[in-house]
Design a protein around this ligand. Structure first.
Ligand code: PDD
Length: 268
């Protein structure tokens, strides 16, 4: 339906509590990229918040396919959100009978056209978010605060540091390259297990590019030869500055060029 016709109750728990989870998927040439992986993470997030999935995978696939067809945009972002439905009066206790609210939108994405890849400037910030960054919850208060602080300070994004170690950016995972070796923080409860992250790790491994999944200190980030962020929204995107330090020569590095080439050809 048209967005202006869609309605959600003011008592929806997504609205009142941020009690929901979501996925963002990329649509290339009319089909959803890495759909199996997104469905797996959707189910994982639903399990983690103890919300029974309203559909089995086959039905999700059909609904998503229909949305892509009707959305008729490409490249596009497909946004899928599931909340714990409507409950009144407001209560922290989960309702006994839950009818989840499902929202799917498909919107054109100029970024995915990749006409211009301007490397980003990032600032490090203390990661004060909760301890379950691995669940893709709709409540993104902290991520929004940190992103907007970074913008207000003249940067494009923040890279978050917890106990001296890099977790992720506000809506993307983080990679560095040092002396030809790619590195990214290991999966943990403190960061989202990005589908793009996993895809990049597997592309690099298949191409025999050296890669470590290991803890990265803030110092290593500042002294890296290359820094990238990865997400469905940005694919693999180069970073040219962290705080007051320029990374490499200020433009995208050679390892980034290789991984981006592999990424682009993996879409076919
Ligand atoms: N963000 N970390 C965070 C906190 C994120 O919000 C995202 C994605 C990622 C990258 O995950 P993936 O590669 O699966 O997209 C990492 C989406 C795109 C968003 O919120 O719009």
């Amino acid at each position: 339906m048209a967005p202006e016709e869609a309605q959600v109750s003011v008592f929806d728990r997504g609205f009142m509590f941020g009690d929901g989870i979501y996925e963002v998927m990329a649509v290339y040439d009319g089909s959803v990229f890495t759909l199996d992986e997104h469905l797996r993470r959707l189910n994982r997030s639903l399990d983690a918040i103890r919300l029974e999935s309203p559909h089995d995978d086959e039905t999700w696939r059909q609904i998503i396919e229909q949305a892509v067809e009707r959305g008729a945009e490409s490249p596009a972002y497909l946004y899928l959100q599931v909340t714990r439905g409507v409950e009144s009066p407001r209560s922290h206790v989960y309702p006994a009978a839950v009818v989840p609210t499902v929202l799917i939108t498909v919107m054109a994405s100029p970024i995915l056209e990749r006409k211009e890849i301007e490397p980003l400037k990032v600032i490090t910030k203390n990661d004060f978010r909760w301890g379950r960054g691995d669940i893709k919850v709709t409540s993104l208060m902290a991520n929004g605060l940190l992103k907007n602080e970074a913008l207000a300070e003249g940067f494009d994004d923040a890279v978050l540091i917890r106990d001296g170690e890099v977790t992720e950016a506000t809506a993307a995972n983080v990679f560095i390259v040092k002396d030809g070796v790619i590195a990214t923080p290991p999966k943990s409860p403190y960061l989202l297990h990005g589908i793009t992250r996993d895809h990049v790790v597997s592309l690099a491994k298949k191409a025999n590019m050296p890669l470590d999944e290991r803890a990265l200190t803030e110092d290593e980030l500042l002294n890296a030869d290359e820094v990238w962020i990865t997400s469905t929204g940005y694919e693999v995107w180069p970073v040219c500055q962290v705080n007051d330090r320029f990374i490499g020569n200020g433009s995208a590095g050679v390892v980034w060029q290789e991984i981006d080439r592999l990424f682009q050809s993996s879409k076919d």
